[in-house]
Design a protein around this ligand. Structure first.
Ligand code: GLN
Length: 251
């Protein structure tokens, strides 16, 4: 190659790589805002850790929503009990944690349209004399702190009969160890915990049926509208069903 051709080629490569990097920072990095989500990554299959990564139905739906909004998703792991406060204080943009819509929570945050149904289930030891919800009377019940299972059990059976654990998995360990007679928790985590632990069973009777939705700061109607629009698109194009099917195998 002649010297002049070599120089030309070099100039061309330099120019191309410069415009490539300039393009990247302008179109992707600078304009891509971060959407911060609070969750409690101890709630399989909705959110749990695979190594350091938080995966699950909520994590993937949130990822798809962020993509729709042209934003980058960041997930912040915290106690379930802290999520509503974090949303209310604006420390995060939204909370997504298999969270049930309740009237009390609606006083603190707004909820998106519902994207899934949850059922409060009862886990017992195999062969337990607890066969139905009515048998829970006077029994020791384990729950996850601040969840609807906690709230209902405390209302129905009295705080003195309810032990609150930071994680559902810890309530299940207490059940195995005989510290509690039953655990009330959402059906999908219940299935995951029973699968991981021998000698446990889920009662056929359902304790409560509920709607899961995304918690957004009160008054942030822009984000609420955007999230609902994204949810409806992702429902229509089958993305949400696909994500759910990936984590929940049909029976
Ligand atoms: N669905 C229950 C609630 O909203 C439990 C959620 C959870 O533990 N992540 O209270």
């Amino acid at each position: 190659m002649k010297k002049i051709a070599k120089i030309l080629a070099l100039v061309l490569v330099l120019a191309m790589s410069m415009s490539f990097f300039a393009g990247c920072s302008k179109d992707e990095k600078a304009e891509e805002k971060t959407l911060k989500m609070a969750t409690n990554a101890a709630f399989p299959p909705y959110e749990y850790k695979e190594g350091e990564k938080i995966v699950g139905i909520d994590a993937e739906i949130a990822e798809a929503i962020a993509k729709e909004l042209g934003m980058k998703l960041e997930i912040v792991d915290m106690e379930f009990d802290s999520i509503i406060t974090a949303v209310d204080k604006g420390e995060v943009d939204f909370g997504m944690a298999g969270m049930t819509v309740t009237d009390e929570r609606k006083e603190q945050v707004d909820f998106s349209d519902s994207y899934a149904t949850g059922v409060q289930s009862i886990i017992v030891k195999e062969g337990s004399d607890i066969k139905t919800v009515d048998d829970l009377e006077g029994k020791k019940i384990g729950v996850q702190l601040g969840t609807t299972g906690d709230i209902y059990a405390t209302d129905d059976y009295g705080a003195e009969n309810v032990t609150q654990y930071g994680k559902g998995a810890d309530a299940v360990i207490a059940l195995k160890g005989g510290d509690v007679d039953a655990v009330i928790i959402d059906n999908e985590p219940a299935k995951a915990f029973v699968e991981e632990n021998e000698g446990l069973a889920i009662l056929d009777t359902e304790y409560a049926v509920e709607d899961y939705a995304i918690a957004i700061k009160k008054g942030n109607t822009k984000l609420l509208d955007d999230v609902n629009a994204a949810l409806s698109k992702l429902t229509e194009d089958g993305t949400i069903d696909k994500i759910i099917a990936k984590y929940i195998k049909a029976e």
